[in-house]
Write a protein that binds this ligand. Structure first.
Ligand code: DQA
Length: 148
């Protein structure tokens, strides 16, 4: 089983970016945590970060052939991007939306996500654990699908 992990814009700044909101773990720390869990689950991970919407869309289209599902932190694009929603719908792979912070408890403009309606589910507010829970849930979902 292979799962793609996508980190949206500005997540390359983790560790120093608003640590009171996003914590002090760097993106490398996040990816290391994901890799450790993936190894325990027997899942292969392909992780990708970009600040460019187009590069994220190209990655999704490209990884479609290799990935059974996607864990995505859309970052700011989640609040604005029809193109990201279309890209995710276009690859026909189940995906879990994750956020480090809990956008629902922040500014009103963060309360809407373009991609939530198409997601299997959303995990938000638990820092790095949001990604790990998202990965566990997607893994279980894909296992169940296989055995159906
Ligand atoms: C975020 C929340 C978004 O509102 C914000 O634009 C981000 C990060 C999070 O992980 O908490 O860039 O997705």
């Amino acid at each position: 089983m292979r799962i793609a992990v996508v980190h949206g814009p500005n997540l390359n700044l983790l560790g120093t970016r608003e640590p009171e909101v996003y914590g002090t773990a760097t993106l490398e720390d996040v990816d290391r945590g994901i890799a450790a869990l993936a190894e325990a689950l027997g899942v292969e991970i392909e992780a990708f970060q970009s600040n460019s919407e187009g590069k994220i869309l190209d990655f999704l289209a490209d990884v479609r052939e290799r990935a059974d599902g996607v864990v995505i932190n859309p970052a700011g694009l989640g609040h604005t991007s029809v193109a990201l929603l279309d890209g995710l719908l276009g690859i026909s792979r189940p995906f879990v939306e994750v956020h480090l912070s809990n956008p629902a408890s922040r500014e009103p403009f963060r309360r809407h996500s373009m991609i939530t309606p198409a997601a299997l589910g959303t995990v938000a507010g638990f820092g790095v654990d949001s990604y790990l829970s998202g990965l566990r849930c997607l893994h279980s979902h894909l296992l169940r699908q296989r055995h159906q």
